[in-house]
Design a protein around this ligand. Structure first.
Ligand code: S3P
Length: 468
């Protein structure tokens, strides 16, 4: 990264740009929406949760790079995914939503992305930002990325490093943050890159850059992370090879200058969204809830395994495959959970589920110990410190360490509650404390539920349906 003067110069240009950036159409409501959640009657019934966020982003991006028309059903229509759709439109793809909720995407072909006329507004979405930075890095275009206060505080150095090695010229705000500008290089340089952090976003950014790069681009992944990019790239016809060493390290290689064939994709339900209702049903006495169509890709299903190990009654029904991903319906009944030491090795397969696991642990019998979670500090908020502070505020005995939380559960007794929680623009913090409110003596208030629309727009409606 260039030193002082370059950053200052880019700072001035970026400030000018952020005033006139393209806006995803649904990202207009900036008003805070506080809401209280109180002790709940048993949750009963059957719900279907919205489409998987990770898969939805990738479905839009790869469809926009295919030659021809792809169709996507079950797409998550949350703000994060709409930010990706708006960005792909701004770079030349035709993207429409039909009356029956199907998305139809006419791609521009690999290498065919056009320079957007304005800065791309990524809103709150780290996945949009990092994956799209990869995509544009190997195109001969200059792209500026801006985002909200949460996203603008998150580290982008982890993608700037490998993408710069491939030849992209990236000028970022201090600390490798947004706003930033990517000047792509075509042809880019293929690299072999060992991931220094377990991150599917970094892996995917490099593979997407590799799509339009001559030769073979390889990502070496010592710890497996979600593999939706690999599955979907293969589905679209890219030549992608995965070799696994005896110690589990994965070498993932993509052949560049690929031609992607349009696809029809069905997006399964998001296990990270299902997580809130799984835990709610386990915690609220008398509950019996079936959650239909939950994606259970082994790289995402860690929470279900951990909750079962804690004594959770979770039954997998009708296991099947949807859109190349394993899926099942989950029947979840109220259970008294036992605290455990959570193996840090499962962290990548449930990285987004720790906030709600901490709430489950708060009602367990005994102590739950979590470690190996430094990555939680650079999510939409610092999820270790924000969860520790919020849990303490509602009467949970919690200790925060550098890489995890230790939580002493109530043994099934309700939490004291009675506090207002700052959500810090983090959807998963807001939803976790909403569920905590359902098992608290005094209501728990979330200062702003608006961020929930980034990943789970009908969260509150589904909850209310189960309470009727
Ligand atoms: C995601 C990867 C994870 C996850 C995020 C979605 C993805 O981030 O936390 O919500 O779709 O690739 P990291 O790759 O930073 O762990």
């Amino acid at each position: 990264m260039g030193a002082g003067p370059a950053i200052r110069q880019i700072g001035v240009r970026l400030a000018r740009l952020s005033g006139r950036c393209q806006k995803p159409h649904a990202m207009t409501d900036q008003t805070a929406r506080p809401r209280s959640f109180a002790a709940s009657a048993p949750l009963k019934g059957r719900i279907a949760i919205p489409g998987d966020k990770s898969i939805s982003h990738r479905a839009l991006m790869l469809s926009a790079l295919a030659v021809g028309t792809s169709r996507v059903s079950g797409l998550l229509e949350g703000h994060d995914v709409l930010a990706t759709a708006a960005a792909m439109r701004a770079m030349g793809a035709n993207i429409d939503r039909t009356g029956d909720g199907e998305w139809v995407i006419e791609g521009v072909g690999v290498g065919g992305l056009l320079q957007p006329r304005e800065a791309l507004d990524m809103g709150n979405s780290g996945t949009s930002t990092r994956l799209l930075m990869g995509l544009v890095s190997s195109h001969p275009i200059t792209t500026t990325f801006v985002g909200d206060a949460s996203l603008s505080g998150r580290p982008m150095g982890r993608v700037i490093d490998p993408l710069s090695q491939m030849g992209a010229d990236i000028s970022a705000s201090p600390g490798g943050r947004l706003p930033l500008m990517v000047r792509g290089l075509a042809p880019a340089v293929p690299i072999e890159y060992r991931l220094p952090v377990a991150s599917a976003q970094v892996k995917s950014a490099i593979l997407l850059a590799g799509l339009n790069t001559p030769g073979i681009t390889t990502v070496i992944e010592p710890v497996p992370t979600r593999d939706h990019s690999e599955r979907m790239l293969k589905g679209f016809g890219a030549t992608l090879d995965v070799e696994v060493e005896p110690d589990g390290t994965r070498w993932i290689s993509v052949m560049g200058e690929a031609e992607l064939r349009p696809q029809t994709i069905v997006v399964p339900g998001d296990p990270s969204s299902a997580a809130f209702f799984i835990v709610a049903a386990l915690l609220v006495p008398g509950s019996d809830v079936t959650i239909a169509n939950v994606g259970l890709n082994p790289t995402r299903a860690g929470l279900v395994e951990v909750l079962k190990a804690m004594g959770g009654d979770i039954e997998l029904l009708d296991a099947r495959e949807v859109g190349g991903e394993p899926v099942a319906d989950l029947r979840v009944r109220h259970s008294l959970l036992r605290g455990i030491a959570v193996d840090p090795a499962v962290a990548p397969s449930m990285i987004d589920e720790y906030p709600i696991l901490f709430v489950a642990a708060a009602l367990a019998e005994g102590t739950t110990v979590t470690t190996g979670l430094e990555e939680l500090r650079v999510k939409e908020s610092d999820r270790l410190s924000v969860m520790a502070a919020g849990l303490a505020a509602i009467g949970v005995r919690v200790e925060e360490s550098e890489d995890g939380l230790v939580i002493h559960g109530t043994g099934g007794d309700p939490l004291p509650g009675g506090a207002t929680i700052a959500g810090h623009l983090d959807h998963r913090i807001c939803m976790s404390f909403a569920i905590a409110g359902l098992v608290s003596k005094a209501p728990v208030t979330i200062d702003d539920m608006a961020p929930v629309a980034t990943s789970f727009p009908n969260f509150e409606a589904l909850l209310e349906g189960l309470q009727r």
